[in-house]
Design a protein around this ligand. Structure first.
Ligand SMILES: C[S@@+](CC[C@H](N)C(=O)[O-])C[C@H]1O[C@@H](n2cnc3c(N)ncnc32)[C@H](O)[C@@H]1O
Length: 231
């Protein structure tokens, strides 16, 4: 897969201004947006993960597409004794930023591709996909989940958080208009939010062998879902 995170924003947009990406990613609004998203995740989502019993002692967890580690850091802080956690991201630039931001995570963040997972050794209890699958096409989502199965223990779980496209036509129109504004202000990735609705995702996951067991809202159209591997 051609990875657009490896290109800079201006190359993608063909604007010929190599400073644009940096200006955006370092901009005040972009940083504030990241802080806000981390805050929402810690306030709305981490408590649900605790309630759902995700953080158990002596389990093996991976966050796939950990980016600069904001959510990995919160998972790390909630991990119980004897558990292990690693973060994988395909983008070395993201990992460099993440390791600088969270030095305590530097030795658990590695380069790795969600479509291969060849950096993983053995089987895991929980795989987190936090705002990564929303960048993929439906076929790519299916491929990711199929590969995930091979690395999960028999009672394994995946935790997926995505910005889903609304199901209802009017909400969808409003969403797309907001997405346009959001992309202008913040995003680095023009693939942001493929047209995946929550029900489409659940159907793909079900077809691969994952059953939805818990869901929660994480603000706007963002949902966090817990899916169990069906034995
Ligand atoms: C929107 S960011 C989310 C980062 C982090 N999970 C969070 O929620 O803060 C999506 C991340 O997915 C990573 N990514 C994209 N394609 C990937 C792939 N094929 N394998 C692993 N990571 C990938 C990107 O590099 C980026 O860091």
């Amino acid at each position: 897969m051609k990875n657009r995170y490896k290109q800079n924003y201006s190359e993608i947009k063909g604007l010929g201004n190599s400073n644009l990406y940096l200006r955006r990613s370092e901009s005040f609004f972009y940083r504030k947006n990241l802080e806000f998203r981390k805050y929402l995740f810690s306030r709305n989502v981490i408590p649900r993960f605790v309630e759902w019993g995700i953080f158990q002692p002596n389990i093996r967890m991976v966050e796939i597409g950990c980016g600069h580690g904001d959510k990995l850091h919160l998972i790390f802080q909630n991990a119980k004794e004897g558990s292990t956690l690693i973060g994988l991201d395909v983008s070395s630039e993201m990992l460099i930023k993440g390791k600088a931001k969270y030095p305590d995570l530097a030795n658990i963040m590695f380069q790795g591709d969600a479509f291969k997972l060849d950096k993983l050794v053995g089987k895991y209890n929980v795989l987190f996909y936090l705002q990564i699958l929303q960048h993929f096409t439906k076929d790519q989502v299916k491929k990711c989940l199929t590969i995930a199965k091979a690395y999960l223990k028999s009672n394994g779980k995946i935790v997926v958080m995505n910005t889903f496209v609304p199901e209802k036509p009017l909400s969808r129109k409003i969403f797309l208009a907001l997405k346009f504004l959001y992309a202008k202000l913040f995003t680095m990735n023009p693939d942001e939010y493929r047209n995946l609705t929550e029900s489409e995702f659940v159907k793909i996951a079900d077809g691969v062998g994952f059953r939805l067991t818990k869901r929660t809202s994480a603000g706007f159209t963002i949902r966090a879902l817990l899916l169990n591997l069906i034995d």
